[in-house]
Design a protein around this ligand. Structure first.
Ligand code: CA
Length: 227
């Protein structure tokens, strides 16, 4: 597993490089956005850890550029505590997850492992998260064997979440993919449908599967994790 770290602060970059190497990963470090872009295009990394504030080219520009060139490596953004706008923008241009600085190294490792566990995007077959199963071809959803009736819109929303497990999806991303609304549409409809899905999926003390990521969006995950 090879990880690219794009980070200009020497202390943070050195700490990440050493820690990731000790955890068994191969690591390349780029110290500005232009070098980061060159590395990201030259090699198909298993994960890219990307700071946003970078010299020469910022992390969001870099991300937009690599996604436009169809680089599929999962990207974990490092953001400032007050950077909610950056997080939303980052997810909208193709980041897979983010971590707020300063962070604890074990949390970084956990996020990286979650990104590495993500199956490659599938176009059919059975999708699964814990005891939740979707047969996309038969349009059937079951939790713990119990058949769950969903409207077409609820089904589409759940399918999107299942195809991006452990990944935060912003309301805008969800709107664009499930409703085909334009950017100015009311994102409240996403919250309403998430509420419908939760009521149908979680019954009698089932652990919740759809987690709200405050100020950003939603994540389907079997782990219970505070946001
Ligand atoms: Ca920086």
């Amino acid at each position: 597993m090879r990880i690219l770290v794009v980070e200009d602060e020497a202390g943070v970059a050195g700490f990440l490089e050493q820690g990731l190497k000790e955890s068994g990963y191969a690591v390349d470090v780029a110290r500005d956005g232009a070098d980061g872009l060159e590395y990201a295009l030259a090699y198909e990394y298993d994960v890219i850890v990307l700071d946003i504030m970078l010299p020469k080219m910022n992390g969001l520009e870099l991300l937009r550029e690599v996604r436009s060139r169809r680089v599929k490596s999962p990207v974990l953004l490092l953001t400032a505590r007050d950077g909610v706008d950056d997080r939303v923008r980052g997810l909208d241009v193709g980041a897979d997850d983010y971590l707020v600085k300063p962070f604890a190294f074990p949390e970084l490792l956990a996020r990286i492992r979650a990104l590495l566990r993500r199956p490659p995007l599938q176009t059919g077959g059975t999708l699964q998260m814990g005891d939740l199963e979707m047969d996309a071809a038969k349009r059937e959803v079951r939790r713990g064997g119990r058949l769950i009736e969903l409207s077409p819109r609820e089904f589409a929303l759940l399918e999107l979440l299942l195809r991006h497990p452990n990944q935060v999806l912003s309301r805008t991303q969800i709107l664009e993919r499930v409703w085909n609304f334009d950017y100015y549409s009311d994102t409240n409809v996403v919250d309403v449908y998430i509420g419908y899905l939760r009521r149908k999926l979680d019954r009698g003390g089932d652990p919740p599967l759809i987690h709200t990521v405050r100020g950003v969006g939603f994540r389907l995950s079997g782990d219970v994790r505070d946001e």
